[in-house]
Design a protein around this ligand. Structure first.
Ligand code: F1P
Length: 342
């Protein structure tokens, strides 16, 4: 029998390609959950904190931006560890804050402890978004919204990130049906960009830089983390226009610069990419209409945010394969980070 070796990172690839279907299920679920969300979370809160760790923290950043833009509420993202270790920098007893804790597993030590801590603050409302039923996080939250279709069996988070992001955007915009075009746009984008990612993966690249402004900065941070976790490649995120204020000095011939762009920053970023290309860098612009990777969603910036992540995940996967790195077995990482203090 001829046994064909499975390509490296096969499980992670399957989960990357499964995202549009996961979004279809999640958006249907959002319709079911929405009355409960509106009942528990639409009330006035002085400030809504979106909280997570690692990938889930960057999800919190994108969700906070969507909440400010679409729900018009005051919101910010914070790593769970900050709430635990420096609560005085964030909590105000005279304010009635809302905490939305985000965790694929619902078991990450910092997130569970942060939920328990905030719940103990009498005036705080604690909600949770997760991909696993019956988690410790759910036990600490007043209300938990579970999206099992987003759960990743792989260590690195891919579909859990975009599925929970789509749900949080749907809730922030108060109309889940407005994201209906997302899955089909995602399927077309994955098909269109796969050969580009393969070509980029085999380039001689020393380091990646991911850029974004506004709600895209949190996604640039997630893209840089994916490139690290999946391919062991040095990668850094910046606000796009921050690059001239120092980081530009290390961008050279073996640099790859990827910008997540949109109308508000497009002209500025096109000029910046021209300058970085003159320094020898390979550049790629992900945008709605034109550029090297067109999302072609027909959606507004906030409702198409999950789409920006797909090409970045494919870039990391193909880079890993080209380097002989197995994204399914990331170095020194575990699917759930549990800390037992001595
Ligand atoms: C999040 C996390 C990720 C990390 C890796 C393992 O866990 O720690 O931040 O990048 O994928 O999982 P969770 O709290 O979302 O379960």
């Amino acid at each position: 029998m001829i046994e064909r070796a499975q390509p490296l990172g096969r499980l992670t690839e399957e989960e990357i390609l499964s995202q549009p279907n996961a979004w279809r299920t999640a958006l249907r679920r959002c319709q079911e959950y929405f009355p409960e969300w509106r009942r528990t979370a639409a009330g006035p809160a002085a400030l809504t904190f979106f909280v997570g760790c690692g990938t889930s923290y960057y999800l919190a950043e994108a969700a906070a931006a969507a909440w400010r833009a679409l729900a018009g509420g005051e919101a910010r993202a914070v790593p769970a560890s900050e709430l635990l270790l420096f609560p005085e920098l964030y909590l105000r007893h005279e304010r009635s804050d809302r905490f939305v804790l985000i965790s694929r597993s619902g078991a990450t030590t910092e997130v569970v402890k942060a939920a328990q801590f905030c719940a103990a603050e009498a005036r705080a409302q604690v909600l949770a978004f997760t991909c696993r039923e019956g988690s410790e996080l759910a036990a600490a939250a007043a209300q938990t919204f579970v999206f099992p279709e987003g759960f990743d069996r792989s260590v690195v988070m891919t579909r859990s990130f975009t599925t929970m992001l789509a749900a949080l955007i749907a809730f922030a915009g108060a109309e889940p049906a407005s994201l209906a075009p997302l899955p089909e746009a995602g399927e077309a984008l994955l098909r269109r960009f796969a050969p580009v990612a393969e070509q980029w993966g085999s380039r001689d690249t020393a380091a990646y830089v991911f850029l974004g402004q506004g709600p895209l900065y949190g996604l640039a941070r997630e893209a840089a983390l994916k490139m690290k976790e999946m391919s062991l490649t040095a990668s850094e995120p910046f606000h796009s226009l921050e690059v001239r204020h120092g980081p530009k000095s290390v961008i050279a011939a073996r640099s790859a610069v990827v910008v997540l762009s949109s109308a508000a920053s497009r002209q500025w970023e096109e000029q910046l990419l021209r300058e970085l290309a003159q320094q020898g860098a390979a550049t790629l612009r992900i945008d709605e209409e034109d550029g090297d990777c067109a999302l072609a969603s027909g959606l507004d910036l906030y409702r198409r945010l999950p789409l920006y992540v797909l090409p970045c995940q494919l870039l990391a996967l193909m880079r890993a394969r080209a380097q002989g790195v197995d994204s399914d077995r990331p170095r020194a990482l575990s699917a759930v980070v549990e800390v037992r203090l001595a």
